[in-house]
Ligand binder design. Structure first.
Ligand SMILES: Nc1ncnc2c1ncn2[C@@H]1O[C@H](COP(=O)(O)OP(=O)(O)OP(=O)(O)O)[C@@H](O)[C@H]1O
Ligand SMILES: [Mg+2]
Length: 236
């Protein structure tokens, strides 16, 4: 059985597609067969995939498919369950009924959070929705927040400093969520790979790629450690 991670935030431009691609590349590098599901009808992810093919930068162990309706998502997850170790769903950047389907189908929901009030609020909405679905359906879907587009000066922003207490407030109110320690910095390479360059993990190891690779590897390591301890906690 494959496991399903969804990248969800109803704030457009939050960094979902970027995060989904970085994660898929890292898991694929670790030997997992990854199916990326583009659930956004604007098809940013599928567009990247097409460009990768056109430019001859097709990543190994990754496939991309489009499923932008409730029915299509459910069908794809069922149909490819045995063929892949992991599904990574790239959710649309608007609040829609699809979001519920996507969350309900996932083992783990990740929300990218940029240091901006709208992005933080959008993560809060996703956290509420995940918890509501868990309560209603008796599920134990995990939620994690990933800070992204971080810069050194940006760490002084009020919005940046607000992220931790915001999440702490939700934890105090008994919501399940986690704020990951690993952050994604604002990096040109994360933008550039969207132009059909394949995954980050396929890029030539320049200094800037190396830094990005270290960051993404740390992120995946932390996700896996926290996922396993989170699952144990929920089960306890
Ligand atoms: N860590 C980062 N460093 C640099 N650029 C980034 C980073 N994360 C995202 N971006 C850029 O920000 C823009 C929006 O990111 P992305 O497309 O991943 O967001 P999204 O949430 O998928 O947007 P949408 O809601 O429109 O689908 C893109 O141009 C992307 O390259
Ligand atoms: Mg997107």
């Amino acid at each position: 059985m494959s496991r399903t991670y969804a990248v969800v935030s109803n704030k457009g431009g939050a960094g979902k597609t970027t995060l989904a691609t970085l994660l898929a590349g890292e898991y694929a590098l670790g030997g997992q067969r990854v199916l990326m599901i583009d659930a956004d009808s604007r098809q940013n992810l599928a567009g990247w995939w097409k460009l990768c093919h056109r430019k001859g930068n097709v990543p190994e162990k990754i496939e991309v498919t489009i499923a932008a309706t409730q029915r299509a998502i459910e069908d794809v997850l069922k149909k490819f369950d045995d063929a892949f170790d992991m599904m990574v769903i790239d959710a649309p950047g608007v609040d829609s009924v699809l979001q519920t389907t996507i969350i309900r189908s996932s083992d783990l929901v990740l929300s990218p959070v940029q240091p901006g009030i709208k992005e933080i609020e959008a993560a809060g909405q996703t956290i509420a929705e995940v918890n509501e679905i868990n309560d209603q359906l008796g599920l134990s879907i995990l939620h994690m927040n990933v800070r992204t587009r971080i810069t050194l000066p940006g760490r002084n922003l009020e919005a940046y400093r607000y992220i931790r207490p915001f999440v702490a407030g939700l934890l105090d109110a008994n919501y399940q969520t986690m704020l990951l320690d690993t952050e994604l910095y604002e990096r040109n390479i994360y933008r550039e790979i969207q132009n059909g360059l394949g995954t980050l993990q396929m890029q030539e190891l320049t200094d800037s790629v190396r830094k990005a690779r270290i960051e993404v590897k740390a992120l995946v390591d932390e996700i896996e450690v926290r996922r396993l301890s989170g699952a144990a906690e929920v089960a306890a």
